[in-house]
Design a protein around this ligand. Structure first.
Ligand code: FE2
Ligand code: FE2
Length: 280
């Protein structure tokens, strides 16, 4: 991925991506940002698993609330939602948690103690509707037991991914992320090289501590995901990674700590943005 040049401010209509079926009764619900203003777009996805006890995975960003709720409720009736799983407490994963829980009266919110601490007063769901679950725990949703597995790349201490052994879908939260030239539903719609370079860049931006890790110990965190043998990797910031691409995504993650990646935008970029905003 090129260094982010946010001085390009052409506005375009936001591309609408309908939910993508990634496995039986499992849907990636799409959103993205950056289109028309940045050189690349970044996904802001969530997921719905129509298990015997339906599960919504993460809740998107506040500014997409109407479309997010419409997409989710097109897949599952609000009163049928039994679980709302939050992978971690960042705003791009919790933006509609209160709105969704208000509209889904039978849902239990799967968070953990530290998530509750870190969200503070922004979490407006009563404790009687919580369940605290951490990495390594298992969630029984009636016809399957979902496993909570932390991805190798993460930017919050509360992060847990979610693996469905009945479909082989792994929700990676911020892991296996990569930007897109244009918004697309599946990784197979992207060019392979920039996709894999984007995994390196995203990983180092999200997890700057990668430069500190012991190489062998880091590989064991990737081994843990590979051992799940996921058929599909889904995540907030990636198009669906279908079976033929899972190996490439895992391999790129293994080399991410040592890859050379472009720098993040600095003050000179902000200077250019501010100049562009000045009245002529
Ligand atoms: Fe995050
Ligand atoms: Fe995120």
């Amino acid at each position: 991925m090129r260094p982010m040049d946010t001085t390009h401010t052409t506005h375009t209509t936001k591309t609408r991506l309908a939910p993508t079926l990634v496995a039986p009764e499992t849907f990636l619900v799409h959103d993205h940002h950056g289109e028309g203003t940045d050189p690349v777009s970044v996904g802001l996805n969530t997921m719905v698993i129509r298990a015997a006890e339906p599960v919504v995975v993460d809740t998107g960003v506040m500014e997409n609330r109407d479309q997010y709720l419409a997409d989710v409720f097109s897949l599952v009736e609000p009163e049928d939602i039994r679980w709302v799983f939050i992978s971690h407490d960042d705003v791009d994963h919790t933006g509609n948690v209160n709105a969704l829980m208000e509209r889904a009266p039978n849902a239990t919110l799967v968070i953990d103690w530290f998530m509750k601490e870190r969200m503070g007063a922004t979490l407006d769901v009563p404790p009687t509707r919580w369940r605290w679950m951490r990495d390594g725990d298992a969630l029984d949703v009636g016809d399957r037991t979902l496993q909570l597995v932390r991805p190798p790349i993460f930017d919050s201490p509360t992060t847990r991914g979610l693996f469905d052994p009945t479909t082989g879908v792994y929700w990676a939260s911020d892991g296996f992320a990569s930007p897109m030239a244009t918004p697309v539903p599946r990784v197979r719609d992207l060019d392979l090289v920039p996709w894999l370079e984007g995994i390196h860049t995203f990983a180092q931006y999200v997890s700057p501590w990668l430069g500190l890790v012991d190489p062998a110990r880091f590989q064991r965190t990737v081994d843990r995901i590979e051992a799940l043998a996921p058929r599909v990797i889904a995540g907030c910031h990636t198009p669906a990674i279908d079976h033929g691409y899972v190996g490439d995504a895992i391999a790129a993650t293994r080399t991410a700590p040592w890859a050379t990646v472009p720098p993040q935008p600095d003050q000179s970029v902000l200077d250019a943005i501010q100049r562009a905003l000045e009245p002529v």
